[in-house]
Design a protein around this ligand. Sequence first.
Ligand code: C5P
Length: 244
Amino acid sequence: MKKEKVPSDYIVFPLDLPTVDKAMDYVRRLSGKVGMFKVGLELFIAAGPAILETIRKTGNAKIFLDLKLHDIPATVGRAMQSAARWDGVVFATVHCSVSPAMLEQAVSGSGGKIGVLGVTVLTSVSGRDLGLAGFDPVFAQDPSALVMKRTQMAYDAGCAGVVCSGLEAGAVKARFGKSFVTMVPGIRPAWSGLEDDQKRVVTPAAAVQNGADYLVIGRPIRDSDDPAAAAEKIALEIGRALAG
Ligand code: C5P
């Protein structure tokens, strides 16, 4: 029987750490307090793919392989085939900026074993950034329009969902349905007081109220004096928001 989702299952902790030892220290401390560990470029490059097996063997949390692939369709498809050989990986990312064929190959390479998530517009990117990068002024004025356009590409290619900000999660759910996954970074609890590279940010409560399925929460947990307590506090906030 499928286990009912509890508030901590919404939390995805990015193992943005430079060594296996440091990453595994967080895996042990946060085991049971978060639902998923995200392996991104920093740890993957430092530790290699064997880290996926090490994490899998340590607890029950799922693994999100966030390498944000972006290459010719054949290469992305084959990279996804390689990723699918690692047990415990439930989601992996590919950019959905320019190539429907790249997305299609990612989905086909996953062989249905991994949910492919399309990265729409990074939450660290503002409308001003889009304007400076030469995007149509329509998108510079309203980045969510570009998020929706790219989400359509991901949906049409058969992706399991997208990575988007909490500001767009509601619109994505409304247009693409409840089962289309929204993975939401750029989460900043009101108490975190962080001001950094994240620009399109929301609180954990606002994210789940907007329909986010998963909340990627890194620095507010990683850099807190007590990471496990910070994760528990966030789970409480999520629980309250879901209840009412
Ligand atoms: O909460 P914090 O900002 O520390 O989370 C950072 C993590 O979120 C990084 O691992 C980064 O790769 C990820 N991220 C993402 N997609 C975005 C923005 C950040 O996966 N749009």
